[in-house]
Design a binder for this molecule. Structure first.
Ligand code: ZN
Length: 92
């Protein structure tokens, strides 16, 4: 994926990941009423119907989404969003 020069949103399809790849994922830690999210890079172990299993420092995490290391992390993607102005799509 790349960033749109106009609105700074992300454009394009995410790269495919496969088992054994290093992937970006998000660990959610719930404390009281707040959720703290941190982006990590782990190794993809399993692709499941409802998400992914990623091993990071010997612990297996369940992740709802993972990203290719060269793609924006799920956090960046959520914060920045996708291209909304259509500039890049129009050129493609
Ligand atoms: Zn745009």
């Amino acid at each position: 994926m790349k960033r749109c020069d106009v609105c700074k949103g992300y454009v394009g399809k995410p790269r495919e990941v496969k088992v054994g790849d290093n992937v970006g994922f998000v660990i959610e830690r719930r404390k009281n009423n707040s959720v703290k999210m941190s982006a990590r890079t782990g190794k993809l172990m399993l692709i499941k119907a409802d998400g992914f299993s990623v091993i990071y420092r010997g612990t297996v995490y369940h992740a709802g989404s993972v990203s290719h290391p060269e793609d924006p992390s799920p956090i960046s993607l959520a914060l920045t969003g996708k291209c909304s102005c259509g500039t890049e799509n129009a050129q493609a």
